[in-house]
Ligand binder design. Structure first.
Ligand code: DHE
Length: 499
């Protein structure tokens, strides 16, 4: 007992000495970090450095960046400048929320607005010969770039720098000319794919989930976790139209989980992370005439649902709760109409649909277990559970292919994608672009002939497969490609991909 006591006292003394030896982390931040990351930690030339922004970085990764810097960026190595206890104190401090909750109000949003090209000032035709409907945009997370690919020649057309850490699917205008991008740090950008130029940018929040673009091309809606807001922008030049505080019927604020465009309903849908409500914001009436009020309609739920899939008419939401349960919400009736038998950690957001035996089925991966769950979209029963190599993130198909492609990127088999026959629901093949290296996220060419897979490594690639023979046909080097998005498949709302 005495020995343990002595050890505890020694440990407390060592910690106290170490803490005493370290300089004040706030002062270290002001001296070494504030110039690039902002005095308020909200980001400037460098990204925001708040607990929410660092959530996805493992402790060892943060240490590594502080010690060694970040290659190909302006982030320097501090190992030679700061002592070890200072670096540790700084890392701890960065993970601690500031005393005052960061604000990002309408004034800050407006002040961030940049118009690169006034609406109508660029030519309304593509600068290049490629089919503008069969372009892909590829998010390269390694050095924060985007590559525009010609889907016929399977070759890059252009590559440009993006804001730090884009996340979620880029959204296209209906004619495919413009693509809208969102970064985790709250930047929304509008890019003209025909002129290969940015049109406008604006920072809508400190920590943003994603954006949706209204089918009539008038609005962009962004959902934030910090602050707790929805931000409505004019799609033409991204100027601010309105900030909507996200507060439940009992007054409690909620983070936004994601926003969606329910095109057939002419409305936006917002999934909320902290309250048992779903919001619908109609932007046009049934005949498509604009509704200027854009007032949220609240559907009260009996559980928090924050991961959504929609049927093709957007009448039903399939929603998953954090406890693993699933529900079907009828948006017309504004209530739950069925329970889903899902279990595990379903990732409904990555769901796809197709016809099987004359019925529409939906399938989605599971973040916790190696399986694909297939659900009947008429009576919501689970048709089958297809075992896979391991937990995966994405599932993809196309109207012109008999197969669905699933990754296992959160398992030791992260290097292999499995190919599932959509009728027999059996795994019929697999591809391994590079043994031991993460491969995930598939998108098909416009005609469904080729499947493009991301080899998600710094010296990675887009690996193109013949979707019928599963043979590799091309490898395009890229810097940690994550998602890729085909203009035609997105703008026609293919059932095999996300919308
Ligand atoms: Fe995503 C889309 C949420 C982590 C890559 N991800 C989405 C969407 C949501 C979401 C709500 C749909 C938005 C849209 O398309 O408009 N993602 C989440 C999370 O909650 C989660 C688990 C934790 C988080 O930190 O946010 C998460 N996501 C990741 C990753 O770790 C991934 C693999 C790498 C990364 O870049 O962060 C990742 N998410 C993606 C991609 C899409 C996406 C590539 C677009 C898929 C598509 O094809 O449409």
């Amino acid at each position: 007992m005495k020995t343990v006591l002595r050890w505890l006292v020694g440990l407390a003394f060592a910690c106290a000495t170490q803490a005493a030896m370290a300089a004040d982390p706030a002062a270290l931040y002001s001296q070494h970090c504030a110039a690039c990351h902002g005095a308020d930690r909200l980001g400037a030339m460098g990204p925001a450095l708040l607990p929410e922004s660092l959530e996805r970085l493992r402790a060892s990764e943060l240490d590594q960046v502080l010690h060694a810097g970040r290659a190909a960026t302006q982030m320097p190595a501090f190992a030679g400048t700061l002592a070890e206890p200072d670096l540790q104190a700084l890392a701890r401090w960065l993970r601690t929320a500031p005393a005052a909750t960061p604000q990002w109000n309408a004034q800050a949003i407006r002040a961030s607005h940049i118009v690169h090209h006034a609406p109508g000032s660029l030519p309304a035709r593509p600068l290049f010969g490629a089919d503008p409907q069969n372009l892909f945009v590829v998010v390269e997370a390694g050095s924060h770039h985007m590559t525009v690919l010609d889907g016929d020649r399977l070759a890059p057309v252009h590559r440009f720098a993006t804001r730090f850490a884009l996340h979620g699917g880029p959204k296209f205008s209906r004619d495919g000319r413009y693509v809208y991008l969102a970064s985790r740090d709250g930047w929304v950008s509008k890019y003209d794919l025909w002129n290969l130029a940015y049109v406008a940018e604006i920072r809508v929040g400190v920590n943003t989930r994603n954006i949706a673009v209204s089918d009539d091309g008038r609005w962009v809606l962004a959902g934030n976790t910090l602050p707790r807001t929805l931000v409505l922008l004019n799609a033409e030049d991204l100027s601010l139209a309105r900030v909507i505080d996200v507060k439940g019927r009992n007054g409690e604020a909620s983070r936004v989980s994601a926003v969606y465009d329910a095109a057939p309903r002419h409305s936006f849908i917002a999934a909320l992370k902290d309250i048992a409500e779903v919001w619908e914001i109609p932007y046009a009436d049934a005949a498509g005439a604009p509704l200027p009020a854009l007032a949220p309609r609240v559907v009260v739920l009996d559980d928090v649902l924050d991961d959504f899939f929609f049927d093709q008419p957007y009448r039903h939401i399939l929603g998953a709760s954090r406890k693993g349960g699933g529900q079907v919400i009828d948006l017309q009736q504004g209530r739950k109409v069925a329970a889903l038998s899902l279990g595990g950690m379903p990732h409904l957001g990555s769901g796809i649909t197709w016809q099987r035996d004359g019925r529409e089925v939906m399938a989605s991966p599971d973040l916790g277990q190696g399986r694909i769950t297939v659900i009947d979209m008429q009576d919501w029963h689970t048709v089958a559970t297809v075992p896979t190599n391991g937990p995966g993130f994405f599932l993809r198909s196309h109207e012109n292919t008999p197969y669905a492609w699933a990754d296992a990127m959160m398992s030791p088999r992260r290097d292999t994608l499995q190919v599932i026959d959509k009728q027999s629901l059996r795994v019929v093949g697999s591809v391994t672009p590079s043994a031991g290296r993460t491969a995930a996220h598939v998108e098909f060419t416009r005609d469904g002939r080729y499947a493009l897979v991301s080899l998600m490594e710094r010296d990675g690639a887009i690996v193109v497969y013949d979707a019928a023979t599963l043979q590799e046909v091309r490898r395009l080097p890229m810097d940690k490609p994550i998602g890729k998005y085909n203009v035609f498949n997105k703008t026609t709302r293919s059932a095999g991909t996300s919308h």
